[in-house]
Design a protein around this ligand. Sequence first.
Ligand SMILES: Cc1cc2nc3c(=O)[nH]c(=O)nc-3n(C[C@H](O)[C@H](O)[C@H](O)COP(=O)(O)OP(=O)(O)OC[C@H]3O[C@@H](n4cnc5c(N)ncnc54)[C@H](O)[C@@H]3O)c2cc1C
Length: 426
Amino acid sequence: MSAARPLRVGIVGGGIAGVGLALGLCRHRHLDVTLFESARAFGEIGAGVSFGPNAVRAIAGLGMGEPYADLADRTPAPWQDVWFEWRRGEDARLLGATLAPGVGQSSVHRADFLDALAARLPFGMTRFGKRAVGVEHAAGTARVRFADGSHYDGDVVIAADGIKSALRAEVLRGLAQAPAEPRFTGTCAYRGLIERNRLHRAFDARGIDPHLIDVPQMHLGLDAHILTFPVKHGRLINVVAFVSDRSDPAPQWPERQPWVREASRREMLEAYADWGAAARTLLECIDAPTHWALHDLAQLPGYADGRLALIGDAAHAMLPHQGAGAGQGLEDAWFLARLLADPALDREGIPELLRVYDRIRRPRACRVQQTSWEAGELYELRDPQAGDDDARLGRTLETRFDWIWNHDLDADVALAQRALGAAAPA
Ligand SMILES: Cc1cc2nc3c(=O)[nH]c(=O)nc-3n(C[C@H](O)[C@H](O)[C@H](O)COP(=O)(O)OP(=O)(O)OC[C@H]3O[C@@H](n4cnc5c(N)ncnc54)[C@H](O)[C@@H]3O)c2cc1C
């Protein structure tokens, strides 16, 4: 039976996951979509974000393929299939390369990407300055309460409000589970962007191969690693330099200390004092690095309760070592967009739809979370099998991401549609 009035879909949080879902839903006439964002405007940071082939497919499925293609950088020919080359930090010797055939390294400047997506949202769909503080379930609706005293009644509410989600605790409470707070991982990252021409001059002056600029690189070392890939059509090189302290199995980040701060170049270089010329020259070219204390979430026991579900970092924030966090949020968005696209869906069917979302999406997202942590161990020479053995590292890295990239999300959607007894929408 078709709903008498459009289904009211509330999305809380206008990051990549929330905006992606809004774009995936906004063209359906049986849905009345509202996006709530706590800030006064959409905002992403000025840094790069890269997407694996699975995420690129989700982006296209959500109708964002065109703006993405306009903005995205790709590894230049003849290395177009290279995701990353792997090198040792001390002397840049090559360990191997990971190939993502047909996609290579696909990356964008975050702020440019979110701006391009937000520009495609229908006028009036987004409500800014709306900080969600709680959800109540009553009489077939989920009521979101906002800090300004207002509320919104939805037939379905999707919380895409990031790692510090206000609505995650509501889902977990509904499932009679303890709240899940972000955990400090013991890893911090220095981030920066470098003008490509400047880096070329610096590498030139020291006789360093410019190939290390144009093709995405990962430099590996004990308890630290550095990645580079181009953004803004190759004009800028995105650099993330990670440092881990593994001395404490349950590290704590001081409660009042911000997760992100400005850092000095000297402080950053001290962390890589023993590294080789390529890595150090790279870092020397970052004028104003920022320092990030990386947090993640434990694998959650559930992503949905009643008419409320979590997507993106609110559900499965992870270490960024597989470049897969935003990609998982986009997979959540695409999966939900496909199920909610069924014009025969009625309000009564929503809780079951969200249970099916949880049942199918959660195991995969949890595995990506777990393997993202394991990837950090591998890159920082702490993996129990590979250790610091060049050949083993090279072999492991060659194929370890294939299962993430080659996943068949269409098959997941078909499985969900069968479970819901729904006809596959055209
Ligand atoms: C160093 C680093 C590098 C990374 N690199 C990659 C990469 O290369 N590839 C990749 O796929 N991922 C990467 N990630 C992970 C990626 O950044 C995140 O997974 C992704 O940005 C999360 O998107 P989101 O929309 O779920 O959450 P967010 O981007 O956190 O968005 C949440 C939104 O909700 C809003 N909000 C928060 N609370 C409320 C509330 N109570 N009410 C209303 N609105 C609210 C916020 O203002 C924000 O706009 C990286 C992460 C880090 C730290």
